[in-house]
Design a protein around this ligand. Structure first.
Ligand SMILES: [Zn+2]
Length: 298
């Protein structure tokens, strides 16, 4: 990060350069006037930033500077691109170094950059691809991800076991909610299916893939619940609601705004109802089915 006040210093140097240039051109008559005006405008900018500098921050153009501790809006003078970059303490810096060395691989491997999501991103943010708190996310530039515009990627989290998971970027937040629900109920989510390709044969699936399945856009998972003793609550157990920990998990998933497939006799299934709007569903399905053929199916 840049040292505090560096923007203001840069601004002052540019003003001085302007004054020197003006005097070389022989404008000695009005030089005092120009000097006074320039200094007045400089001081106005500096004093207008005090809400930011008072909290130890620096006003920067957020489009050009990555701010490790994150930006706050409304604390800086000038246009809306000048934002307050909060100060990053030594522990903030060491956390950042640790995460970037140890925890950011799935983001950087996909061509993205991990940063606080108050930073500018010329693309879109995806969750659960970076170390650190939930607002430290992966900025994926347009057209990255190893498959043109493919937005279906591997997902990992501590309460998931079973098959490798691949979901679409728009479902990663739902996966975070599912992971949290499992943690609160003391269970693991044993994954059997997630992303599917059109026309593929699904071995072991309980139901035929619906023609407008959310699996085809990476917005659904099929799972069993793994209890703390390692045993599984399978489809029958989930549908019959025999297991208190599994019931706790399903209640939490529903409370998070997701749909449990038990309401349509598919008790191993969870999705976010992406297909209830068929226009957006078909639009996304066309894109990811074409762009993500390299992404393995589970
Ligand atoms: Zn399913």
């Amino acid at each position: 990060m840049l040292p505090k006040y560096s923007t203001n210093l840069r601004l002052l140097w540019s003003h001085i350069a302007f004054i020197e240039q003006t005097s070389k051109r022989g404008g000695s008559q009005g030089i005092k006037m120009i000097l006074a005006l320039v200094l007045a405008s400089f001081l106005a900018v500096v004093s207008g930033d005090s809400a930011c500098t008072n909290i130890g921050g620096s006003c920067l153009d957020w489009r050009y500077y990555k701010c490790t501790a994150g930006y706050e809006t409304g604390l800086c003078s000038g246009d809306s691109n000048r934002r307050c970059c909060k100060s990053c303490s030594s522990s903030c810096l060491s956390d950042e170094n640790y995460w970037s060395s140890n925890s950011d691989g799935s983001c950087t491997g996909a061509g993205g950059e991990c940063k606080d999501d108050s930073n500018y991103c010329n693309g879109h943010y995806a969750s659960s691809m970076c170390g650190g708190p939930s607002d430290r996310r992966c900025c994926l530039p347009h057209g990255t991800g190893g498959g043109g515009s493919c937005t279906v990627r591997a997902y990992h989290n501590n309460n998931f076991v079973g098959d490798p998971i691949h979901v679409e970027d728009g479902f990663r937040g739902a996966m975070d909610s599912i992971n949290s629900a499992a943690g609160r109920c003391g269970v693991k989510v044993y994954i059997t299916h997630s992303w599917r390709k059109l026309g593929a044969v699904i071995g072991g699936a309980i139901v035929q893939p619906a023609s407008n399945s959310n699996h085809l856009v990476g917005h659904a998972i099929d799972m069993n619940i793994q209890r703390s003793d390692g045993s599984l609550c399978n489809g029958d157990c989930l549908q019959g609601q025999w297991d208190n920990a599994a019931n706790c998990f399903l209640d939490e998933v529903i409370a998070a705004g997701l749909t449990w497939g038990g309401v349509f006799n598919d008790p191993v299934h969870i999705d976010d109802r992406y297909n209830t709007n068929l226009n957006r569903y078909y639009a996304l399905r066309d894109v990811v089915q074409a762009a993500c053929s390299h992404v393995p199916m589970t």
